[in-house]
Design a protein around this ligand. Sequence first.
Ligand code: ATP
Ligand code: DNN
Ligand code: MG
Length: 199
Amino acid sequence: MKKYFVTGIDTDSGKTVASAILVEKLKADYWKPIQAGEPTDSDAVRRMVGSDKVIHPEGIVLAAPMSPHAAAKLENIDLRADQLKVPVTENTLIIEGAGGLLVPINDDEFVINLARQFDAEVILVSRNYLGSINHTMLSISYLKDKGFNIAGIIFNDTPNPETERFILQYSQLPCLGRIEPLTTVDPSTIQSQLKNINL
Ligand SMILES: Nc1ncnc2c1ncn2[C@@H]1O[C@H](COP(=O)(O)OP(=O)(O)OP(=O)(O)O)[C@@H](O)[C@H]1O
Ligand SMILES: C[C@H](N)[C@H](N)CCCCCC(=O)O
Ligand SMILES: [Mg+2]
């Protein structure tokens, strides 16, 4: 089974929206290994995709909408990456991280480590805002320095051609698509974006 790990340049960059689009585009399953706070991303994806799609139960659900290391600490949970096991499926699997790359799981493991642990290719979601060039370049730099297998970048929200041109030219990474600003996020607007994804 092919696995993609959807990470973002920050929390709220659009990983869940991008994951729902990828689930539809690739007819894939979805899995959120670490959920911190409610409503859950799995429920959000369930509302965005067809009822034929498989959404696997989260690896762990933590109550507090915080960094997983802090949310786990509040519940006296000793959260370790190796407790999280990829669900069994023959299908392509879209795995969504939590926050950005270097969000801690505990005092010495980061969310992005899960991509390697799960043998998944990384998709980086870059939302366009003032400051996103820096966040995107730092994220790419880390992924490359650490030797992650990077599928490419998805740009989200209001297009910024010069931002996108610079990032793609400097990084030489594939652009996997662009998600337009959506007035509502629902199954029909998710479907409207499939044509904008090249994967
Ligand atoms: N292209 C878009 N158009 C309109 N709204 C969007 C778009 N992309 C994301 N949003 C909205 O922005 C918010 C954050 O997006 P999303 O939940 O996908 O981020 P995330 O990276 O998954 O965050 P988290 O780190 O909490 O998992 C949500 O309310 C989502 O519906
Ligand atoms: C609760 C939120 N929606 C995410 N699940 C977790 C975001 C953690 C961000 C931590 C940080 O970078 O400071
Ligand atoms: Mg999310």
